[in-house]
Design a protein around this ligand. Structure first.
Ligand code: ZN
Length: 116
């Protein structure tokens, strides 16, 4: 299951970045998920909950922010969000587009509780 290994990678990133705080204070990790990353957000959240359950990081919740696809057009040079799965530049209609955003998954924020 792909989402499980992705959840494990996210957990590793959380651990690496919070080594100086108590794990129980880590409240939330926010990731940005590209539409083309091939990861199902619900499954990812489920997997993350499953692997943190019963550990010192069980209070840490995963928040997934979905990111649309952005393409760069080789004809007019503009970067535009892609609204449908038609690989054409939404601006000029050119089909020499390159995906520059939307195919990745990124940890963007780790929230730590202030108190207790
Ligand atoms: Zn264009």
């Amino acid at each position: 299951m792909h989402e499980l290994s992705v959840a494990e990678s996210i957990l590793e990133i959380v651990k690496e970045n919070t080594s100086d705080v108590l794990p129980s204070k880590v409240k939330r990790v926010k990731v940005r998920l590209g539409e083309l990353a091939g990861v199902v957000a619900d499954s990812l959240e489920f997997s993350f909950t499953a692997i943190t359950a019963g550990t010192s990081l069980e209070k840490c919740s995963l928040e997934v922010e979905k990111v649309g696809i952005v393409v760069k057009c080789g004809d007019c040079g503009l970067e535009s969000p892609l609204e449908r799965f038609a690989f054409k530049c939404p601006t000029c209609g050119g089909d020499h587009v390159e995906v520059i955003s939307g195919d990745d998954l990124q940890v963007v924020e780790i929230e730590i509780a202030d108190e207790g």
